[in-house]
Ligand binder design. Structure first.
Ligand code: PLP
Length: 414
C-alpha cells in the first residue's frame, strides 16, 4: 500500500469514530471559570460605597473607572493608576473605540482626522490576531503585514516602513505571548519601537497585552514596559496599552482596560466621556475585591490557570513532536505563555489540513485567519487553541491534526 493510501486509511478510521472536538477559539475551560465563581456573589449590600468613597450604584465616578480598579490593573500593566482607563467587559471595545475616535477626530497629535487622509495604513504582525484584522479592515484602515519574530515585530521592516510613509499611522500587535505564536517582544524591540523615527507625527503603537500575566512556566516573560520606554525615548504619547481579565476571570464578564500617557488619556477620555457617563463600577469592584483577596492576587490565580493549561500545551507539543518531528512536514511553536500554539505546514496545505480535520470531527481555526483578509500567502499557518477542551480531547484532536498534516502533504505531492 502506498503512503498516501495508508494515510487515507488512517484518516478514515478517525472519521469513523464520530469525533466532535473543538480547538477553534481561545476560550477558557469551565475549570478555569470555576476558579472565579466566588466573584459572582462577592459584592453585596455592604459594598455600595468603595473604600475610595465612590457609590457604585450611582452615576458619578468618571469615565476612567474606579480608583481601586485603576490601581489593581495599573499594577498588572506596570503603569500608574492615573495612566489607566478601566472600562467594561472587553479590551477590544476600548481599542476599537480609540481607533474610531482617531478616524473621526484624530489622536492628540494628528494634523487632521484620520478619515480625512487619503489613505490610512497600519502595520500588523503576521501571523496575528484575526479580530485586529477584521476591525481595522471594517473601519477602512489598510494593513501592511510584518513578520512576527521570536523578538516581536520584525523591526528592520517596521523601521523602514514608518520612516518614509506618513500614511502609516500605527502598529497593532500583541507584545507578550503573542496570538498565535507565543512570541514576546525583546528589550531591543521595545526600545526600537519607542525611539524609531516616524514620518507620521501621530504614529501610535496599539499594544494588545491580552496575555501579559498568562505565564505557563516558572520563567515568566518580562518585556520592558512600552509606556515607560516611549517616555524615556522622548515619545511619551506614542503608545496605548490594552489588557483585560477575559482570560483571568470570565471571558464575557471580565474587565477591559487601557493605559496611555496622562495627556493622551485626558484627550481620549474626554471623547469617550461623550459616549457614556461611566463604566459598570459594580463589575469593577467585584473584580477588585475578588482579585485582591485571591491568595497571591492576580499572580496566584494565573498559577492556578497555568496548572490547567500547561498540560494541554504540553500534549499538543508532545503529539506534534511524536507524529511530525523529523518529517519536515511542519514546524510549531512551544510557547511559554499565552493561549495559542502556531503550526506551520511546510507545504501550502493549511486549508486542506483544516478541511480534513473538520471532516474527522475536529474544528480548527480556519486557515488564513491569522492573516489580513484571511489570506495566508503561504497557506501554511494554523492556530491551535488547546485551552477549552479537556486534556484527553486535546490529545485526541492533535492525533487527528497530525494525520491530516501528513495526508494533506502526501496529497499535495501526489
Ligand atoms: N486580544 C487578543 C490578542 C486576544 O487573543 C483576545 C482573545 O482571544 C482578545 C484581545 C479579546 O480580549 P477582550 O475579551 O478583552 O476583548
Amino acid at each position: 500500500m502506498s503512503d498516501l493510501n495508508a494515510l487515507q486509511e488512517q484518516y478514515e478510521q478517525y472519521k469513523s469514530m464520530g469525533l466532535a472536538l473543538n480547538m477553534q477559539r481561545g476560550q477558557p475551560s469551565d475549570a478555569d471559570y470555576d476558579l472565579s465563581n466566588e466573584m459572582l456573589t462577592i459584592v453585596d449590600e455592604t459594598d455600595v460605597v468603595t473604600p475610595s468613597g465612590i457609590a457604585i450604584r450611582n452615576y458619578p465616578g468618571g469615565v476612567a473607572g474606579l480608583k481601586e480598579a485603576r490601581e489593581l490593573f495599573g499594577a498588572m500593566l506596570g503603569v500608574k493608576p492615573e495612566e489607566m482607563l478601566v472600562g467594561n467587559n472587553a479590551s477590544l471595545k476600548l481599542m476599537s473605540t480609540t481607533l474610531m475616535w482617531a478616524m473621526i477626530r484624530g489622536l492628540k497629535d494628528s494634523p487632521k482626522p484620520w478619515s480625512q487622509e487619503e489613505t490610512i495604513k497600519f502595520i500588523v504582525t503576521v501571523p496575528g490576531y484575526d479580530r485586529h484584522f477584521t476591525f481595522l479592515d471594517a473601519i477602512g484602515i489598510e494593513m501592511v503585514s510584518v513578520q512576527m519574530t521570536s523578538d516581536g515585530p520584525d523591526m528592520d521592516a517596521v523601521e523602514a516602513l514608518v520612516a518614509n510613509d506618513a500614511s502609516i499611522k500605527g502598529i497593532a500587535f500583541v507584545p507578550t505571548y503573542s496570538n498565535p505564536t507565543g512570541d514576546t517582544v525583546s528589550h531591543e524591540t521595545v526600545k526600537r519601537l519607542a525611539s524609531m523615527k516616524t514620518a507620521a507625527p501621530d504614529f501610535t503603537i496599539f499594544a494588545d497585552d491580552a496575555y501579559i500575566v498568562h505565564h505557563l512556566t516558572d520563567d515568566p516573560a518580562k518585556p520592558l514596559n512600552l509606556l515607560r520606554a516611549c517616555e524615556a525615548a522622548g515619545n511619551p504619547d506614542r503608545v496605548y496599552l490594552f489588557g483585560s481579565t477575559s482570560k483571568i476571570t470570565f471571558a464575557s464578564a471580565g474587565i477591559g482596560f487601557m493605559a496611555t500617557s496622562v495627556t493622551n488619556l485626558a484627550y481620549i477620555g474626554k471623547l469617550m466621556g461623550t459616549q457614556f457617563i461611566g463604566p459598570n463600577k459594580i463589575e469593577q469592584y467585584r473584580h477588585v475585591k475578588f482579585l485582591n483577596n485571591y491568595p497571591g492576587g492576580i499572580d496566584g490565580i494565573m498559577r492556578e490557570h497555568a496548572n490547567y493549561l500547561k498540560p494541554k500545551f504540553d500534549v499538543v507539543v508532545d503529539v506534534l513532536t511524536e507524529q511530525l518531528g523529523g518529517t519536515g512536514l511542519a514546524t510549531w511553536t512551544n510557547p511559554k505563555g499565552g493561549y495559542f500554539i502556531s503550526l506551520d505546514t511546510a507545504k501550502p496545505v493549511a486549508d486542506r489540513v483544516v478541511e480534513l480535520a473538520k471532516g474527522a470531527g475536529v474544528a480548527l481555526t480556519p486557515a488564513g485567519a491569522t492573516y489580513p483578509h484571511k489570506k495566508d500567502p503561504n497557506n501554511a499557518n494554523i492556530r491551535l487553541s488547546p485551552s477549552r477542551p479537556p486534556v484527553e480531547e486535546v490529545a485526541q484532536a492533535m492525533q487527528v491534526v497530525a494525520v491530516c498534516v501528513k495526508l494533506a502533504s502526501a496529497e499535495y505531492d501526489a
